[in-house]
Design a protein around this ligand. Structure first.
Ligand code: TYM
Length: 332
């Protein structure tokens, strides 16, 4: 059977990259598989944050996921920190993961930059906790954007080494499940060579779930482009990263292929393409935003749903955690 596990850091709200690369795909998988989705609040400890803000960000992201179509009646939705087994299994896997493996993670290298000495141990160990998130539930598929692929490959390495070292078949070796097409890597609206991200200091670089229709239209109007008209096929977009990104977003939002979109807009400039893109984005996001505003009004209900999800996730992960303790000789 297919078991789907994925998570999102709760900090900073949902943006279009998260939605297209991950969340809207999670929504579709709910009807095909047993799904666990969580708010990676333990992962957020890798960077300093005001505790009150961390607390409220969990609810805010839970509301955003439900507004986007994650249905707590179909999927198990919870906060990572409410299931202590994640942290416990992480510690067990710390005995298996190698310093060299973690040192090669591009996310670590990007985030640490020149200041490795000043970074938290949690930032370095981040991918081992991510491996624990996945292996705890015997996930077969992990739907993520392209940027998480390396972490899922590391998870596979950890699972294989643990199984081998302790002569067990405990861990299922999971598959990264990355969307085809242009949704897997949505780029910044200001720079076609860096990914759309919540940590970009410029809010103009991304579309947020909370942006008003006017803001969406304005961000698309101001998005970086080039002066050339659009070509009639995808290959001809090579080397035009900003143009490629906008057309890719349009295709991902409408469910068309890049070539289909280009055939419609071939020969036209961004003056006519951008308003069409803004309309498509507003049609997608505006109903989600309205739903988000409704769910936000009932924090007690959100807390109840998350508590229920945590209880179900704990029960589901307990046998694997117990078996992991036993495999390393810590039966209790
Ligand atoms: P996070 O919170 O950065 O992002 C959540 C999901 O959104 C995807 N994503 C993107 N996809 C396409 N284009 C983009 N510009 C873009 N930006 C983000 C991410 O690939 C991700 O799927 N480490 C994870 C959270 C995590 C996790 C896990 C994921 C913790 N444990 C276990 C899967 C399984 C993260 O920081 O995602």
């Amino acid at each position: 059977a297919m078991r789907v596990v994925s998570g999102i850091q709760p900090t900073g709200g949902l943006h279009l990259g998260n939605l297209l690369g991950a969340i809207l795909r999670w929504v579709r998988m709910q009807d095909e598989a047993e799904c666990l989705f969580f708010l990676a609040d333990l992962h957020s400890l890798s960077e300093h944050m005001d505790p009150a803000e961390r607390r409220s960000s969990v609810r805010e992201m839970a509301a955003a996921l439900i507004a986007s179509g994650i249905d707590p009646a179909k999927s198990i939705l919870f906060a990572q920190s409410a299931v202590p087994a994640h942290a416990e299994l992480c510690w067990i896997l710390n005995g298996t993961a190698r310093m060299g493996w973690l040192s090669r993670m591009t996310q670590w290298k990007d985030k640490a930059g020149k200041d490795r000495e000043g970074k938290s141990v949690a930032l370095f160990d981040y991918p081992v906790l991510q491996a624990a998130d996945i292996l705890l539930y015997q996930a077969t598929h992990v739907p993520v954007g392209e940027d998480q692929k390396q972490h899922i490959e590391l998870t596979r390495d950890i699972a294989l080494k643990f199984n081998n070292d302790f002569e067990t078949e405990l861990f299922v070796v999971p598959e990264p499940f990355i969307g085809g097409g242009t949704a897997a890597r949505v780029m910044s609206l200001r720079d076609g060579s860096s990914k759309m991200s919540k940590s970009d200091p410029s809010d103009m670089s991304r579309i947020n779930l909370t942006d008003s229709d006017d803001t969406i239209a304005q961000k698309i109007r101001k998005a970086k482009t080039d002066p050339e008209p659009l070509p009639d096929n995808e290959a001809a977009l090579e080397g035009r990263s900003e143009a490629k990104n906008l057309v890719g977003i349009y295709a991902a939002v409408t469910g068309e292929s890049v070539d289909q979109v280009l055939q419609r807009f071939a020969g036209q400039g961004f003056g006519s393409f951008k308003p069409a893109l803004a309309d498509a984005l507003i049609a997608l996001l505006s109903p989600l935003r309205t739903r988000l505003e409704q769910f936000r009004k009932d924090p007690a209900e959100l807390d109840r749903l998350l508590a229920e999800g945590a209880a179900r996730a704990s029960a589901m992960g307990a046998p694997t955690l117990a078996e992991a303790y036993r495999a390393v000789g810590l039966a209790h």
